[in-house]
Design a protein around this ligand. Structure first.
Ligand code: PLP
Ligand code: COI
Length: 355
């Protein structure tokens, strides 16, 4: 994408903002979408036709390749409003990087920074009044791309749409999590697409998750595909545990490399905690819960932020974790992240992108 194309974002503003109808005191996740969206078209080997238009339906051929063969990837980020009205996005460069890794794996084109970040800044500038200014609320940002070629042969699409939609959100999980350790179904296997944020990874999770919910759990804790012996991640977030003054997080190519998790690892190291990114066996985890050495456990993600895990189900047995209010590291790191993201403390790592 060259400079001429970058600057040529066509902007068509809505005639009638939906903002007055939004109840910012009662935000649910992903149900309200802001006035505008960014849409870019890829064809003939390059991105063009970048426009910001009123949020609305798309018109697609029933033969659209993504609907059949799943060339569909997405990202999740959040924008926050400081007390003085400044709007800031948290580490969008990392999402751009991960988006392009997902794209590469699914044989889709890269989205350059000028479009991903530059386009986002223009969109947020227009919809800045949609960024909530209440604590705990933010503007969720959902960039996504899918193959649009109208043809049924199995091959990479020759055309793509890249779209960014946004919407004000509150908490994704409004209570601590009870996770079932999944030992039958598999999310991802080495050499597969577990590290990429593609639509299929979420589709395959729906059935096993519903079964777990019928047993009284909120979400799954996925395990490795080969032995179901090692913990991987939750359905919508990574996992972090504390044992003594060590922070432990499962690491494998089969899991999504979360930006929240990475951020927490960097903060923990900066604060002098020992951090281990490694394989964690289910046995190590449940033994640690039973003997009290695992003092904290939480799910970490953009939507999930930091959600405490209070219960684990494994092989028919329930393991109960500590009261979340007593968890020193989890509460300290969440407070720090909130202070940083809402601009209440110095941005010592340079993670806030001011719009
Ligand atoms: N794992 C899965 C499956 C997710 O959907 C998410 C959410 O994006 C994460 C982990 C956490 O990633 P991040 O912190 O970048 O949002
Ligand atoms: C996110 O945290 O951004 C996610 O994508 C998780 C979920 C809403 C799919």
């Amino acid at each position: 994408m060259n400079e001429a194309e970058t600057t040529a974002i066509r902007v068509e503003q809505t005639q009638q903002s939906r903002l007055p109808q939004v109840d910012f005191n009662n935000l649910k996740f992903g149900q309200i979408l802001s006035d505008h969206m960014l849409v870019a078209e890829y064809a003939n080997g390059h991105w063009a036709d970048v426009s910001i238009v009123p949020y609305g339906n798309l018109s697609l051929s029933p033969a659209t390749s993504a609907l059949h063969y799943g060339q569909a990837i997405f990202e999740g980020m959040k924008a926050y409003k400081f007390a003085d009205g400044t709007v800031s996005v948290f580490r969008p460069d990392k999402n751009n990087e991960r988006f392009n890794k997902s794209a590469l794996r699914l044989e889709m084109p890269e989205v350059p920074e000028e479009l991903f970040i530059g386009g986002l800044k223009t969109l947020l500038d227009l919809d800045r009044d949609w960024v909530p200014n209440t604590d705990g609320a933010s503007l969720y940002i959902r960039p996504f791309m899918f193959g649009t070629e109208a043809a049924l042969g199995v091959h990479p699409s020759d055309s793509y749409k890249f779209i960014i939609i946004t919407g004000p959100v509150g908490a994704y999980y409004n209570k601590p999590l009870r996770l079932k350790v999944e030992t039958h179904f598999t999310r991802a296997v080495e050499g597969g697409v577990g590290f990429s944020k593609n639509a299929g990874n979420y589709a395959l999770s729906l059935h096993p998750t519903r079964l777990a919910q019928e047993e009284g759990f909120d979400q799954l804790m996925w395990t490795d595909a080969i032995e179901h012996k090692y913990v991987e991640e939750a359905g919508t977030a990574n996992l972090v545990f504390r044992v003594g003054d060590t922070i432990i997080t499962p690491s494998a190519d089969t899991i999504l490399h979360g930006i929240t998790r990475r951020t927490i690892v960097e903060i923990a190291r900066h604060w002098g905690y020992q951090v281990e990114e490694r394989k964690v066996s289910v046995k190590e985890l449940v033994d640690g819960i039973e003997n009290g050495s695992v003092t904290e456990a939480f799910a970490a993600g953009t939507a999930a932020t930091l959600t405490p895990i209070t219960e684990l189900g494994y092989e028919g047995k329930r393991y109960i974790l500590s009261d979340p209010t007593t968890r020193e590291f989890s509460n300290k790191v969440l407070q720090y992240l909130n202070d940083l993201r809402y601009g209440r403390i110095e941005d010592e790592f340079g993670w806030n992108l001011i719009v």
